[in-house]
Design a binder for this molecule. Structure first.
Ligand code: DX5
Ligand code: ZN
Length: 214
């Protein structure tokens, strides 16, 4: 299992320090949550802060857009060279076109599905993307309770992935911790995002990250 800590739960007064620490603690990606106050009822960070993240990290960035105008935000963040940019299928009229556009910028395209969205809805996009991000909470906030129906969605998605694009990865985001990590592994998940579990862990970031590497 690969681990992508969500910096939404980091100490923003000491953001560079926290990012350096999770990188030293062995994370695989740094997950960056971009919220616009429209698609979700919360507002986070823009390119000024994310460029500081890009300077501090030694691991690739995984940018999760929770916004209304995806293309505008892709253009804002592409110069920071993230490994992945993911956008919500619920908020995009032309996902196939946007996928091609993200790839043309040298970034791996990924698609996010809200907890109610069936994996079958993106069956014919799977051949063109590198990752699917399944939300296991409603997007907008860290520290929410894990919605366990994501396990069935992951299993169904895995079947479709085997059929259309075996290299496509499955990432799960929201409420991930050491209690549900084994079920996620068994469901075929490749990457987990964890915010409050990593940054709120009293035994340190390394212990938290290691406990998710099942
Ligand atoms: C929620 C974000 C998540 C969030 C995860 O909208 O996409 O990345 O920060 O936080 P936890 O792990 O605390 O649920
Ligand atoms: Zn996220």
């Amino acid at each position: 299992m690969l681990v992508a800590p969500s910096i939404l739960s980091a100490d923003f007064g000491n953001l560079a320090r926290d990012i350096e620490e999770i990188c030293k603690a062995g994370c695989d990606l740094v997950h960056v949550d971009v919220m616009d106050g429209h698609f979700v009822p919360n507002l986070t960070i823009g390119p000024v802060v994310v460029s500081a993240v890009a300077k501090a990290t030694t691991k690739p960035m995984d940018i999760h857009l929770m916004v209304e105008n995806n293309t505008f935000f892709v253009d804002l963040f592409a110069p920071l060279k993230p490994k992945y940019i993911s956008f919500h299928i619920e908020e995009e009229k032309h996902p196939h076109r946007l996928v091609q556009y993200i790839r043309s910028l040298g970034i791996k395209p990924a698609i996010v599905l809200n907890p109610h969205t069936a994996p079958e809805s993106i069956e014919f996009l799977l051949a063109d993307i590198d990752m699917v991000l399944l939300m296991s909470v409603n997007p907008g906030f860290g520290g929410q309770k894990f919605i366990s129906s994501v396990l069935e969605r992951a299993k169904r998605l895995k079947t479709l992935i085997k059929q259309h694009n075996p290299d496509c990865l499955i990432e799960v985001d929201g409420g991930v911790n050491s209690e549900n990590i084994h079920d996620l592994k068994e469901a075929g998940v490749d990457i987990v995002v964890a915010g409050s579990y990593v940054f709120g862990n009293r035994d340190g970031y390394k212990q938290a990250i290691d406990s998710l590497k099942v």
